[in-house]
Design a protein. Structure first.
Length: 245
């Protein structure tokens, strides 16, 4: 199979038609590349990838024989970092610019087992067009709930069960969900996929367990044990077996 290498050709707006101010950056195919929000550049430079410890911890749930679902992938830090530990990765990101950055990170990292979908996931009642509220310049925190701060986008919502059927998603070994208070609805639309994959571990965000009590009850009724993730105040793991410490 042909392997494609990438470089970045940068031009100033005043010299787009000539070669006076070209800047070429060659990328090493053996390294992972991340397209990250410029507004958070100092944070990434000083502290590394956000949730880097959590990403490393998540490797224990990945398998080179199974699929990883990154639901609410943003620009792809989980997707890119965990891809080589999985047979297949399917990443969902509905916000337009974050989706473009996600695809760029995957392409520049030369990942052949990742599929990126600009689709929001939700419950059967949410299927169709919906308004996504943009709350930050880096695209993070965007939600179909709450109120817009910077703007709005129209997105498409489907259930995971429908998308899984359309794209042949099966044998799911691990799921990460970070969709800003829509986690419960995502799971309502994912029952068949979870059942057919023997209920894989689910890492999910929950900023207010009291408000999202339906989420915990729903997962418990599916047979999941739920534990809070040490060092991450708003992240939880649903699993039918205890994780490694």
């Amino acid at each position: 199979m042909m392997s494609t290498s990438y470089f970045i050709l940068s031009k100033t707006t005043a010299s787009t038609a000539d070669n006076d101010e070209n800047q070429i950056l060659y990328l090493n195919d053996s390294r992972l590349s991340y397209i990250l929000p410029r507004t958070l550049m100092s944070c990434y430079c000083n502290d590394g990838l956000f949730e880097s410890g959590l990403i490393e911890w998540s490797k224990q749930f990945c398998s080179t024989n199974a699929t990883f679902l990154d639901i609410g992938a943003h620009t792809g830090t989980y997707t890119v970092s965990l891809s080589k530990h999985c047979k297949r990765v399917v990443s969902f990101e509905p916000q337009q610019m974050s989706f473009y950055a996600l695809c760029g990170s995957v392409a520049l990292s030369n990942l052949r087992n990742v599929q990126c979908l600009q689709i929001g996931l939700g419950s059967p009642d949410q299927v169709g067009s919906s308004t996504l509220n943009i709350v930050s310049n880096d695209g993070g925190g965007s939600s179909i709930h709450g109120h817009p701060i910077l703007g709005q986008e129209e997105i498409v919502i489907q259930t995971l069960d429908h998308v899984a059927q359309c794209y042949g998603i099966s044998n799911v070994g691990f799921v990460k969900i970070d969709v800003e208070d829509n986690e419960y609805d995502v799971l309502l639309g994912a029952e068949h996929t979870l059942r057919s994959s023997n209920y894989p571990p689910i890492l999910f965000e929950c900023n207010n367990p009291a408000i999202n009590s339906q989420l915990f009850l729903f997962m418990t009724n599916l047979g999941y044990n739920i534990v809070s993730v040490r060092g991450a105040s708003n992240m939880y793991l649903g699993s039918r077996s205890l994780p490694s410490k």
